[in-house]
Ligand binder design. Structure first.
Ligand SMILES: Cc1cc2nc3c(=O)[nH]c(=O)nc-3n(C[C@H](O)[C@H](O)[C@H](O)COP(=O)(O)O)c2cc1C
Length: 213
């Protein structure tokens, strides 16, 4: 298991050229969607939505405002990561209601939890910079997606090279309270992608991991 994980993490790379003819199976795609859905977030609030864009015309439009990156049109599946512009009490309440339903408990027993969330991300000091917070949460989900894809030997490219406002316009997100932050193309590498065989560049372990005994 340990070796398998390290092998997969070395195998994966940010794919630049996808083979447009190779498609992810429905079974694998369902697993990848679950990886997004099951990702953790602060308080469990899940301030994200993932838009899977499979329409070729829309993908073409998105590519034009995403540095013309070919992954946008050529990957088997294409996910736009969106986050909530701000966290309001209604959103917190919908989450509290979900907990009560799923766990079969009285909503009022969650009042303390609800109030601490509201006091923090709705009305607290974090609220004025909430987009930093929501985006941090969303990137955890992206990490889950990338790792799961690697374990399935499915290629992926996380991308931030996009004009978020133009994405929001194309995806009709304006005025919805949700905005684009990142995107991920998933599929299978083309044998024309020379980066597939490039050595992975990472700082040494001693440079990035400090142990305090
Ligand atoms: C948040 C994020 C944004 C990125 N944006 C882009 C992008 O717009 N286009 C691209 O080709 N690669 C993008 N990358 C890929 C990185 O360049 C790549 O992950 C990094 O160089 C490490 O290489 P590796 O993933 O191949 O190991 C992005 C990666 C991350 C994590």
């Amino acid at each position: 298991m340990n070796e398998k994980i390290i092998e997969a993490l070395n195998w994966r790379y940010a794919t630049k050229i996808f083979d447009p003819n190779k498609k992810i199976s429905q079974k694998d795609w369902s697993t990848l969607e679950e990886a997004l859905r099951l990702a953790p977030s602060s308080y469990g609030l899940q301030p994200w939505r993932f838009i899977v864009v499979q329409n070729p015309e829309i993908r073409k439009k998105l590519r034009a405002v995403a540095w013309n990156q070919p992954q946008v049109t050529d990957a088997s599946h294409f996910v736009v990561v969106t986050t909530k512009d701000k966290i309001d009490e209604a959103f917190v309440d919908s989450y509290v209601q979900k907990i009560a339903t799923v766990r079969g408990i009285d909503k009022s027993s969650l009042d303390g939890f609800r109030n601490s969330m509201v006091g923090d991300v709705v009305k607290g000091p974090r609220a004025s910079k909430i987009q930093h917070w929501t985006q941090r949460q969303a990137y955890i989900a992206v990490g889950f997606l990338l790792e799961t894809a690697a374990l399935l030997h499915i290629d992926a490219c996380p991308m931030e090279g996009l004009d978020a406002a133009a994405f929001d316009k194309i995806l009709k997100l304006e005025g919805t309270g949700w905005g684009s932050v990142a995107m991920v193309g998933l599929g299978y590498r083309s044998n024309k992608d020379q980066l597939a065989s490039a050595k992975k560049v990472r700082f040494d372990k001693s440079q990035v991991i400090q142990v305090i005994d």
